[in-house]
Write a protein that binds this ligand. Structure first.
Ligand code: PNW
Length: 470
């Protein structure tokens, strides 16, 4: 048997959710429509027309859910605030919306669960989309006002604040590929959205920092671990550079170094608006951060399709569903590897998480003194409940065990990783997949809304309680 992996004292063990995915109560207490309400009602966009109207009904069952967290020894809960509850029209504050997050936070504090707040997990008020959404610079100003309103309500009781969850997804899945809300398929809109999301982050950082120097502030990014199909092939090396650039450095460089990398700007030359970046933007975006949230699920192997094969590759891309989030890199092909996959079709690559954390420490967060937290990691599998709703989810348990091993390896190699949030506490609304894909360590029966912890939850409770992985 392998020696137990003991984590550093004070390591934060938690689970994560997001407002639209779990809350339900979509039309209560003055909440306004958000872009996911609209997108989910657009025929053909979400699996079987599912939407977040009820979801896990966490809005009403939050006390039961927090009690469950305590039972599972979870020391922290990462949740997001719905901007459409707090500013239903994108401008006017709705006190009833803020009150919900106050009740939730107080319940967490009463049970010794550290609240970790995300200001934006993809649910832009529809009213703001209608006046331009993230491709419009104004949205960053509205977001900053919203950040201030949430701070007014919760600033005295929450220490950890992250601005955005995965701006790559908001910008490129939402506005370039259209696989997420608002379903726009315009590469220029994707590039504009990405910059304004970063600007919103920077302005909100500045706003929160000037109110309270003691908050722990940062952002959560999703990362791809990218490998060239043939490490010696210059075309494949260039493909890996491009995808790493678009997925990772696009956000890391402005945040930590105050500039966009010239190679990325060059790759995007045909879609990069000349007036996009205004003087002072990059100073705001590079406001020093205390924490960097790292979301990691999978890795990719890529190949650069040679020019003479390119038309065929373009046909294949169209056959696979048209527009791509990888703006300016349409000739890059993702090469499936012969490794285990989750129910999402994502390759299981724990080593990628070690490599990523070590790289972030070495190249970015280390010099800036920013602490790393894994803010999402987990897996969807095809769960088979028994008559009592219990799921013996050995594959998910194994996924989490091997990825925690990878986090431990990174810590031993010097990465300052201070916590791990498992995605997700509950089965929930998995965006375009609706309720078809289950990421929870707790099963949700969508008929009764009953919660039943899976085998992975029992196991994770032992890990969180003992600070070690056996
Ligand atoms: C993340 N991709 O989403 C989100 O933060 C969660 O809300 C989500 O439930 C979780 O991961 C599982 O999907 C992603 O296609 C969705 O590259 C799609 C992608 C990446 C992240």
């Amino acid at each position: 048997m392998n020696a137990p992996k003991v984590f550093p004292d004070g390591f934060l063990w938690g689970s994560a959710t997001a407002a639209y995915q779990v809350e339900g109560a979509a039309w209560e207490d003055g909440r306004g429509a958000c872009i996911w309400d609209t997108y989910a009602r657009t025929p053909g966009m979400v699996h079987e027309g599912h939407n977040g109207d009820v979801a896990c009904d966490h809005y009403h069952r939050y006390a039961e859910d927090v009690a469950l967290m305590e039972k599972l020894n979870l020391g922290a809960y990462r949740f997001s605030v719905s901007m459409a509850r707090v500013m239903p029209d994108g401008r006017t504050i709705n006190q009833a919306g803020l009150d919900f997050y106050r009740r939730l936070t107080d319940e967490l504090l009463a049970r010794d669960v550290v609240p970790w707040l995300t200001l934006y997990h993809w649910d832009l008020p529809q009213a703001l989309e209608e006046v331009g959404g993230w491709p419009s610079r104004d949205t960053a100003y509205r977001f900053t006002e919203y950040a201030g309103a949430v701070h007014d309500a919760l600033g005295d009781r929450i220490r950890f604040w992250t601005t955005l969850n995965e701006p790559w997804c908001s910008a490129f899945l939402g506005y370039a590929e259209g696989r997420h809300a608002p379903g726009v398929t315009d590469p220029v809109a994707g590039v504009r959205a990405a910059h304004h999301l970063m600007l919103a982050h920077g302005m909100a950082m500045h706003e929160l920092r000037s109110r309270d120097a003691d908050l722990s502030l940062g952002i959560t990014l999703n990362f791809a671990d990218v490998t060239p199909a043939d490490a010696d092939d210059p075309g494949d090396q260039d493909a890996a550079r491009r995808i790493d650039g678009l997925s990772n450095r696009y956000f890391l460089d402005p945040l930590f170094r105050g500039h966009y990398s010239p190679d990325i700007v060059e790759d995007l030359a045909s879609v990069w608006p000349q007036d996009l970046v205004v003087d002072g933007d990059l100073e705001l975006i590079s406001t020093p951060m205390d924490v960097l949230g790292v979301n990691y699920y999978s890795g990719n192997t890529v190949r650069g399709v040679p020019a003479d094969e390119a038309p065929a590759a373009a046909d294949r891309a169209r056959a696979q569903g048209g527009p791509t989030p990888n703006v300016g890199s349409e000739h890059v092909e993702f090469v499936p590897q012969d490794v285990p996959h989750t129910a999402m079709g994502w390759e299981v690559r724990p080593q990628g998480l070690t490599d990523l954390l070590v790289r972030l420490q070495r190249d970015y967060s280390g010099p800036a003194g920013t602490e790393l937290y894994v803010t999402e990691n987990g897996a969807a599998y095809d769960d088979q409940p028994d008559a009592d709703g219990f799921v013996q989810d050995d594959e998910r348990l194994d996924y989490v065990r091997t990825h925690l091993g990878a986090v431990h390896d990174a810590i031993e190699a010097g990465a300052q990783v201070k916590g791990y949030f498992l995605w997700s506490l509950l089965d929930n609304f998995e965006w375009a997949y609706g309720y078809d894909k289950r990421f929870g360590i707790v099963r949700v029966d969508y008929d009764t809304l009953a919660r039943v912890p899976k085998a992975s939850a029992r196991w994770f409770a032992t890990v969180a309680g003992s600070n070690r992985v056996e």
